[in-house]
Design a protein around this ligand. Structure first.
Ligand SMILES: *Cc1c(COP(=O)(O)O)cnc(C)c1O
Length: 397
């Protein structure tokens, strides 16, 4: 997945442009910037590549999720449904806007189960936030249909799946809003960065205003800009955007590369009849950032992971007891260990998560191994890695 493995001249050139002009801010300084608008250029690049009307580049993926919720009008007393297998940013963003996260089980797609979503809907539910984990997608037709019937917003966290598609549409462009992260370990990186994309003409200016203290960006003087709404600072710097612009232009190259290595790995592992690959919803194409598969039992999966560690196979994850990606280790959430006051609805909601049973998700994650597709390797190294993995798994199944 990581673009940082393939840094080069293109990234250096874009950063040098910014240093040469000395304008590190994405807004204003029109005369000094020598024509360089790196954040704007990256937004345009994203819009063109993903075929979407609006992109707002921000300081992180977490800022993107938070801003998406805010412009959708979600706040105190509202509930947002998120999967139990994700990254902590999902519930962090929901709590940040004053809303209450409601966690639901995943299925064999490793993303939220539409049946679990349907069951979790209450009168307070405002949005459903699927997370396209490890390069592949949730069952978007089923989720879209639920959201339409129940009049809910659909906000996609596509942070780990940029470039993946579903029935010809890019992930992130299917719901009302889509979010990406360009942090240091994502498919394309700004160092730190993120984006919200949308085809909604009402949300787009709000994203631009909210992420810059409410500035309406109408005049040529920031000091006299109007502030139609209360905002915040989730701006990205031109230095970060410069790196991301070069990386975004290389996205098609990264995706081709990922796909090639993914297939080498999958072909080797497919020889083992006990391996079952993650389900990709019909009409979906993964971004190939990871290869995900299930072994028959949790014990075999743990044994395979031990052999991997022993033989130096890194970058494969067994997420069942992972601190950052799965509810089992989120005691800080269940206990509401916030530094500031949570509202009553949030306290009740978090206590509920502490008592909730996630056996269905446990069953999938217990048997899952998720292997990062490394762009920095040569194809020979990938082939050797694939053969070794197949041999080691063969010993435990
Ligand atoms: C990385 C990630 C985020 C958060 O992105 P940051 O840029 O690190 O804030 C959110 N959701 C998922 C699924 C992620 O993988």
């Amino acid at each position: 997945m990581p673009g940082f493995e393939l840094f080069g001249e293109a990234e250096r050139k874009e950063v040098q442009d910014v240093l040469n002009s000395g304008v590190l801010m994405r807004y204003g300084f029109d005369n000094q910037r020598q024509g360089h608008w790196k954040a704007k250029a990256m937004e345009l690049e994203i819009c063109q590549q993903l075929n979407v009307k609006h992109a707002q580049l921000l300081s992180s993926g977490t800022a993107a999720l938070t801003s998406a919720l805010v412009v959708a009008g979600i706040g105190a007393g509202d509930e947002v449904i998120v999967p139990a297998f994700t990254f902590v940013a999902s519930f962090e963003a929901v709590l940040m806007v004053g809303a209450t996260p409601v966690l639901v089980d995943i299925d064999n797609t490793l993303t939220m189960s539409p049946a679990a979503v349907a069951q979790a809907i209450s009168a307070k539910t405002k949005a459903v936030m699927p997370v396209h984990m490890c390069g592949s997608m949730a069952d978007m037709d089923a989720l879209k249909s639920i959201c339409k019937t129940e009049n809910l917003l659909l906000i996609e966290d596509a942070c780990q799946a940029i470039g993946g598609t579903y029935k010809g549409q890019n992930l992130g462009t299917i719901g009302d809003l889509g979010c990406f992260s360009f942090d240091a370990v994502k498919t394309i990186t700004c160092g730190e960065g993120g984006a919200v994309i949308t085809n909604n003409d009402l949300f787009a200016p709000l994203l631009d205003q909210y992420s810059d203290h409410g500035h309406d960006h109408l005049g040529s003087n920031r000091g006299t800009d109007g502030h139609p709404i209360l905002g915040y600072n989730f701006r990205i710097s031109e230095l970060n955007a410069a790196v991301g612009l070069a990386q975004a232009r290389r996205l098609p190259e990264f995706l081709r590369h990922q796909k090639h290595y993914y297939h080498i790995l999958k072909t080797a592992l497919a020889r083992i009849p006990e391996i079952e690959f993650r389900r990709v919803p019909e009409g979906g194409e993964e971004s190939y950032a990871f290869l995900n598969f299930f072994l028959p039992t949790e014990e075999q999966t743990k044994a395979a992971m031990l052999l991997f560690a022993d033989q130096g196979i890194g970058d494969c994850f067994h997420y069942l007891d992972n601190n950052w990606h799965y509810v089992r280790q989120w005691d800080h959430l269940k206990w509401g260990n916030a530094l500031n006051n949570l509202n009553e609805a949030q306290k009740i909601g978090l206590a509920l998560i502490g008592r909730q049973n996630f056996q269905r998700s446990d069953a999938f994650l217990g048997r899952n191994i998720s292997c990062l597709i490394k762009l920095g390797m040569t194809s020979t190294e990938v082939e050797q890695r694939a053969e070794l993995m197949a041999t080691l798994i063969g010993k435990v199944v």
